[in-house]
Structures are given as C-alpha cells and as structure tokens.
Ligand binder design. Structure first.
Ligand code: 13P
Ligand code: SF4
Length: 338
C-alpha cells in the first residue's frame, strides 16, 4: 500500500490543502483510479516518470504521442505526469480544459536554456529564417516559433521546409547537430542542452560495451555527438522502446533517462536492459525535474485539482500555431500516438 510520507503530510498541511488525518492510510492507486472516474480525468504520463506513476496512467508515451493524445482527449481534466512544458502544450491544445501538473516546479533544463527574451534578440539577427523549436521549450518560446518538433518527427519536420528556406533550430544543440547531419540542412543552432543527456560517460560506455559484447547500444538524439557516433540505434523514447521489442538482440545499453527501462522491461521481460552510466557516480541519468512528481503528489493534485496550468489567452493563441503545424505534418506522415 502506498502512503503519504510524514514530510509530505506536513508540507501539504502547511500549504493548506490536506484534509486527511496524518494517521489515515490510503491506497493511493485505488484512490487515484476512483478520482479518475469521478472527475472524468485522464492521466498522461511520460516514460521518464516513476514506474508507479506509469502504472496508473491511461497513456504512457513520448512527447509526440503525449501531445497527440492531449489533442484528442474528451476528458474534462488532463493530469499531466511529466514536466511543465508538456503540461503547457496540453493546455494550449485544450484552453477550455483543466490541465494539472502534480508538481509545478517540474521544469526542464533544456527549456530553461533558451529564455524567450534572449531568443527574440537572437532571432532578430536572422529575419528570413524559419524557426523550428524542439517541443522541450516554454510557451513563450513557442510564440516565437514557426513549427515545433519532437525527437520522433524532427527529421520529417525539417524536410517539410522548402530547400530554399534557411532554418534556426532551438533550443537543443545536440539534436540540432544530429539533424544537420541527417537532413544535410545547414541550420543555425541555439546553444542549449539537456542536463541528463549530456552526462553520459564515453569511457564508461566503452568499458560497459566490452563487458557486454552482445548488447546493442541505443541512444536518444539529445545525447552528445560523440555518444551518438557509436550508437547502434538512435531514436526518441518511443522509437527506442519499439526497437528493443523488434531487435533480435537480448541485451541493450540504454543512453537516455532511466525511467524508460520500466516499459522496456515490461515489453520484453526476457531481455536485459542496462542504463548507460553517467560521468560521476550519481543518479544523473534520472531527470530531477521528471522525478519531482510522486504518486502522493499525483493523488493530491487530482483530489484538490491543483496545481493547475494557467496561460494567458494571447500566449495560447500565438503559441499553439507551431504545435498545430507540427501535428498536421505528423498526421500526414503517418505518426500516431500508438
Ligand atoms: P521524447 O520522449 O519525445 O523522446 O523526449 C525525451 C525528453 O527528453 C522529454 O523530456
Ligand atoms: Fe528536460 Fe532533459 Fe528532463 Fe527531458 S530529461 S525533461 S529534456 S531536463
């Protein structure tokens, strides 16, 4: 049985929205399932969430799948078990629905690496360029963007832009460099990165590969070029998951946030999944932002319908255009939420 910790009890009481007695023990999974039905709520979870959150979600996916699901849902409340930019995207696609995020401080180092006012100045130096932004960016940045992309559809999005148009790609320099190689387009890159995908150690990966010579090494395109250069497969979280299912290999060294291993292991229980090691001996291949959400916070947020994502009308109207453009191209290219 999952229970609220004493620390969480007392901090929630201080915040003034905890009514249950400290000695009340709740089955959080059961309570969350009840709240879902009562409130016609849907839980959308990213693969990097704690496994116990993934296990209660209605849909688990990558950034593209999650935005496609958010665009299609007929639920009254969207509970986003992910980070702030993902919940913002869901809100922009559903301005009249309530969108909740269990912890409002669940941010993203990549989104933070590209503040909109600085980007606006940068963009002014390239007035004729089309702006493509990775969906891992703030709502404000989306208002300065022509087309969004995710790691699943980035190549298709770049290729959809006429050859005679020049492109700015923001905020991820690693994904940008990878796309320059894949598409042959000479894009201007913003200098941002994800703290989790920049932490992998080449030396330790090499030694791990020597230790597991039959394992395939798979990596997310947010990783640095030197890591991608030695990968057997590169793809978004959903693409990596699908690859591990279809590959005849029985072992994989996985260079992305370690939360994805839960679904990989569930889909292929007979296979072995090894998280790629970070530089230091910390758990740096776990995203501290994603991991701010807990089952307890998910329950509290559903019960009290807080914290809620609030965006002003102008940001929604201006920012959603680049998401809609992405969804349209993705649909034509046959990408579905799976
Ligand atoms: P995808 O799940 O779209 O591959 O993105 C990974 C990521 O870093 C999300 O924050
Ligand atoms: Fe942002 Fe990286 Fe965490 Fe994804 S893994 S939410 S890109 S900090």
């Amino acid at each position: 049985m999952q229970t609220l910790t004493e620390v969480e009890m007392s901090s929630l009481t201080k915040l003034g929205y905890l009514e249950i007695e400290p000695d009340v023990r709740l089955d959080l999974v059961e309570e969350i399932q009840k709240l879902k039905k009562e409130k016609n709520a849907v839980i959308l979870a990213h693969y990097y969430q704690e496994s116990e959150i993934q296990d209660v979600a209605d849909y688990i996916g990558d950034s593209l799948g999650l935005s496609q699901k958010a665009a299609q849902t007929d639920a009254d409340i969207i509970v986003f078990a992910g980070v702030h930019f993902m919940a913002e995207t869901a809100k922009m696609l559903n301005p009249n629905k309530k969108v909740l995020l269990p912890d409002l401080k669940a941010g993203c180092s990549l989104a933070d690496s590209c503040p909109a006012p600085l980007f606006q100045k940068f963009k002014a130096s390239f007035p004729d360029h089309v702006v493509v932004s990775y969906i891992n960016c703030t709502a404000e940045l989306k208002t300065l963007t022509d087309i969004c992309c995710t790691s699943s559809n980035a190549e298709v999005i770049i290729n959809s832009i006429p050859e005679d148009r020049q492109i700015i790609f923001a905020p991820d320099k690693n994904l940008g460099a990878y796309l320059k190689k894949k598409t042959g387009r000479d894009m201007v890159l913003w200098n941002g990165a994800c703290m989790v995908h920049e932490i992998f150690s080449m030396e330790k990966i090499d030694s791990m590969r020597r230790k597991h010579p039959d394992a395939e090494f798979i990596a997310h395109p947010e990783c640095e070029e030197k890591i991608l250069a030695v990968a057997d497969f590169i793809g978004s979280t959903t693409q990596m998951l699908k690859y591990t299912i279809s590959s005849p290999k029985n072992a994989f060294i996985v260079a992305t946030e370690a939360g994805i291993l839960h679904q990989m292991q569930l889909a292929s229980p007979q296979k072995t999944f090894i998280p790629a090691p970070p530089e230091t001996n910390c758990a740096c291949n776990e995203c501290p932002h994603m991991k701010r959400n807990t089952l307890e916070k998910l329950y509290i947020c559903m019960k009290y319908e807080l914290p809620e994502i609030i965006l002003d009308q102008q940001t929604i109207l201006k920012g959603r255009k680049c998401i809609e453009a992405m969804l349209e191209i993705s649909q034509k290219a046959g990408f579905g939420p799976g």
